[in-house]
Design a protein around this ligand. Sequence first.
Ligand code: SF4
Length: 549
Amino acid sequence: MTTPARPANRHHKRPRGEGQWALGYREPLNKNEENKKNDDGLNVRQRIIDIYSKNGFDSIDPADLRGRMRWYGLYTQRKPGIDGGKTAILEPEELDDRYFMLRVRIDGGRLNLEQLRAIADISNLYGRGTADVTDRQNIQLHWIEIESVPDIWKRLEAVGLSTTEACGDTPRVIMGCPLAGIDTEEVLDGTEQIQEIYDTYIGDPAFSNLPRKFKTAVSGCPAHCTVHEINDIAFVGVVNEQGEKGYDLWVGGGLSTNPMLAKRLGVFVSPERVSEVWGGVIGIFRDYGYRRLRHRARIKFLVNDWGVEKFREILETEYLGQALPDGPAPEQPRGGRRDHVGVFQQKDGNFYVGFAPRVGRLDGDKLHLIADIAERHGSGRVHTTVEQKMVILDVAPDKVDGVVAELEANDLRVNPSTFRRQTMACTGIEFCKLAIVETKATASDLIDELERRLPDFREPLTINVNGCPNSCARIQVADIGLKGQLVVNDAGEQVEGFQIHLGGSLGVNAGFGRKVRGLKATAEELPDYVERVVRNFEKQRDGSETFSE
Ligand code: SF4
């Protein structure tokens, strides 16, 4: 008997597309795409107001609950008491609590006192006092019930804030330097460009169905505080050969499980054209972005496959209708840390005071207190940073000591240890459904322990604690990146722990930390482990070498 011949077309199958709209793949290729096609995420707002807030949690359509609610910053939080071992094996509905996390977007990190107090009130009234400053300048509240959402929106909108497109496959919060307009060394102030992008595009149905999220930064910060290297699109302040101020355009950065650094397109974007160019890049993402597989749906994969030349050509020819001029790369960032913690003089002779809450964790009362401190000392603005910190702006020289004293007295450290200053933690198992381990409390305990054991350590050292491989707190670009997972302890039991990544950084030596093979620590062993790493670094370092070098 002869073996049957293989079908003739076996090796000539049409290559499977990536689900790119521009190439004709308009039919949804997975559940998420189907949901987005069935109804725009932005339409859930009216249903929340008219139906869900009135009829309660059980009236929420599942496709809205686990999909479209995100278009307004609402995520169901994790049901308490489900350990990290169950994260991957339970169905989403088994992990869902009846309460929501609500993300308030704070574009450019800019808050006035009225806005800060509105968030504080909402936190106390509806969020059991919770309030976390995130590493993308947002503030997140927890324990939100669907019944209160319309009132929350009313309160936010009354002061010019919103939750529109704070999550979901949308253009997320636009990051900007919290010192825009006041930093003595800034290249330029990006505030107007951020506002223009916000006003033109946020909430526009033309850009509310993207392949996945789209993260933006616009900044002229001399310290490069908005981490342009790991955003989907970033405009970085530069001065061109003619002495004009504008931006260098970067695209395709992102972390998560397949980290990539953003690439320069080599173009100069004048401030007046930022909004238009942003519209072109997000248009490319919408039309050419990969929609078949969610884990390949970020713009970084497209940029990586096309290369910068092709990306620039498509942007110029298909989306802008004209070429952009070449432009210079940004100057190297101002040395040291990017976090704006401490007391520094502004352009106008006043001072700003940056301070470090513990791993971004605040509460409604603390937000009120911060607003009161600012007001008592003549300031009307408190901005958020991209490192889970805050800055009080416009403090008169004779008021600085008073502000510092009051903040310090309330555990809002203006002169923090390295560990308090540079440790970040994501939400973790307390509220996040994807989490495998606890993060905020673990990181807070780690800070206490390291301050006790290494009181004289002053060098820059970032420690980023993540509850799962998703890297919300940027595992790969920290000196010590900790990725939550279950590990086996000496007694052979599965316990919470971390895979260690060492030596990641941004800026001059940007690169991802190495996963140290086999190197894991239980949550309990963490202080011993980090202490050992720090002591070895101190022993072996050469002169002014930093940790990542
Ligand atoms: Fe949740 Fe993981 Fe992001 Fe932490 S890193 S907030 S655990 S998804």
